[in-house]
Design a protein around this ligand. Structure first.
Ligand SMILES: *[C@@H]1O[C@H](CO)[C@@H](O)[C@H](O)[C@H]1NC(C)=O
Ligand SMILES: *[C@@H]1O[C@H](CO)[C@@H](O)[C@H](O)[C@H]1NC(C)=O
Ligand SMILES: *[C@@H]1O[C@H](CO)[C@@H](O)[C@H](O)[C@H]1NC(C)=O
Ligand SMILES: *[C@@H]1O[C@H](CO)[C@@H](O)[C@H](O)[C@H]1NC(C)=O
Ligand SMILES: *[C@@H]1O[C@H](CO)[C@@H](O)[C@H](O)[C@H]1NC(C)=O
Length: 381
């Protein structure tokens, strides 16, 4: 009994708080018992700010982008959405408009038509939940242990969505280099919900002279991407990746076909900012891996499985943002293609694409569930 009490006290002591940092920038650290993985979070956006895993030499590296000054998450005009939980509706909504039930062309002043503030593509599109999405909201700590943290957020519909939504996210780490993120959300009225976790990866952590992710190897288990119009919203069609630089069914370096990616992310843009639709859904054995990323330099590999049907892969174009000091900042910035965001999510803007028959409307009795597991390992060279 006494022994148990000591163990519990000892475990509690591992949960570190930084007194100087005030809510919602209060930092919580969690670690796996075997020390294979350590993560830090702030309450703003339930955002992961650091993620340390071991490289092929057994040395920990922080493999996600971010800032030493976490208040920038709220104020930075560039708003890269570093590693937050994104909602109530991630990615893009055409003209910031939808109806319930959904229709292809909602009449602006029709019944049950909703308008969310537009913040992308010259006011043509809502991105990541509006001006103040969930990534820029205060979340509240509900529960914690040495290896997990649970936050809650009550979204009171002040961006124009119908009904309140309550969301709970639990971030947990486990032995053998595993990070798991689970989100539950429920609504008081019929509303669209589509979430993601917007982690920017750089598995070298800017060591060994690597400043971008072009030499990272990527696998995406998908034969289709969602076709986009000039505002990066879906046309309703899909593109077969066969024979294109979008085909990552076999492992390829992200930059291997870089010179052929003109226009794939946007007109005049090299790189990727696309939604791949997975060929399979997560199976009950948990053996399926949707996306995999690794680097030869650090030897670090991450295998990602998820209950979500799609994934956005975004090779951040140019982030003119000071790096974390562990990434060589603040004198150096995250420049061209410094990280790759891999965002497990639903079909983008399915609420304006009824021909897909993808139901993203939630209500009392139909709750939203999101989960992803990130398994880190090393590939020796
Ligand atoms: C876009 O939404 C606005 C209201 O936010 C509306 O006035 C406008 O007509 C809509 N545009 C189209 C093409 O539906
Ligand atoms: C978020 O937290 C900050 C700091 O405590 C506070 O000033 C602000 O009012 C809070 N915002 C909301 C929407 O609760
Ligand atoms: C939504 O939340 C607000 C703020 O807590 C509350 O006043 C309102 O009654 C809630 N609405 C519903 C339908 O629960
Ligand atoms: C949402 O879930 C929480 C926790 O289970 C519960 O307390 C709350 O009443 C639920 N709200 C709705 C609208 O279902
Ligand atoms: C892409 O084009 C640039 C400029 O022509 C060249 O330096 C680079 O080697 C090319 N990259 C690949 C992967 O072919």
């Amino acid at each position: 009994m006494l022994y148990t009490a000591f163990v519990i006290l000892g475990l509690l002591a591992c949960v570190k708080f930084t007194a100087a940092e005030q809510y919602p920038f209060d930092v919580t650290e969690i670690s796996a018992p075997d020390g294979s993985i350590t993560a830090k979070f702030v309450s703003l956006g339930a955002t992961m700010t650091e993620l340390w895993v071991k490289d092929k030499y057994g040395k920990p590296r922080d493999v996600i982008l971010g800032s030493d000054d976490n208040t920038l998450l709220l104020t930075d005009g560039a708003h890269p959405v570093f590693n937050a939980i994104v909602g109530r509706y991630a990615n893009r909504i055409k003209n910031g408009t939808f109806s319930i039930p959904i229709t292809k062309y909602p009449q602006p002043d029709g019944p049950n038509v909703y308008h969310i503030p537009t913040n992308d593509h010259n006011g043509q599109v809502t991105l990541h939940g509006g001006i103040y999405g969930w990534d820029r909201r205060n979340w509240t700590i509900m529960a914690q242990s040495p290896s997990s943290i649970t936050y809650e957020h009550l979204d009171v519909a002040d961006e124009g969505f119908p009904g309140n939504v309550t969301a709970y996210v639990t971030h947990s780490v486990f032995n053998d280099g595993i990070l798991k993120t689970v989100v539950h959300a429920n609504a008081t009225e019929k509303t669209p919900i589509m979430l993601t976790q917007h982690i920017y990866w750089n598995l070298d952590a800017f060591q060994d002279g690597a400043d971008d992710i072009l030499d990272h190897h990527l696998v995406v288990d998908a034969s289709r991407v969602i076709a986009l119009d000039g505002n990066a919203v879906p046309t309703g069609e899909f593109v077969d990746v066969t024979g294109t630089p979008l085909d990552f069914r076999q492992e390829r370096k992200i930059g291997a076909r870089w010179n052929n990616t003109d226009g794939l992310c946007e007109v005049g843009c090299q790189g990727y900012d696309n939604t791949w639709v997975y060929d399979k859904l997560e199976d009950t054995e948990g053996t399926w891996i949707g996306t995999s990323l690794r680097s030869d330099l650090s030897g670090i590999k991450v295998d990602i499985s998820t209950n979500q049907p799609a994934v956005q892969v975004y090779t951040a174009r140019y982030l003119d943002i000071p790096r974390k000091s562990v990434h060589g900042g603040p004198s150096k910035v995250y420049g061209r293609w410094p990280g790759v965001a891999i965002e497990q999510q639903g079909y983008i803007d399915a609420i304006n694409t009824p021909e897909w028959n993808v139901d993203q409307i939630y209500y009392p009795g139909r709750n939203f569930e999101w989960s992803s597991t990130y398994h880190f390992s090393v590939v020796p060279s």
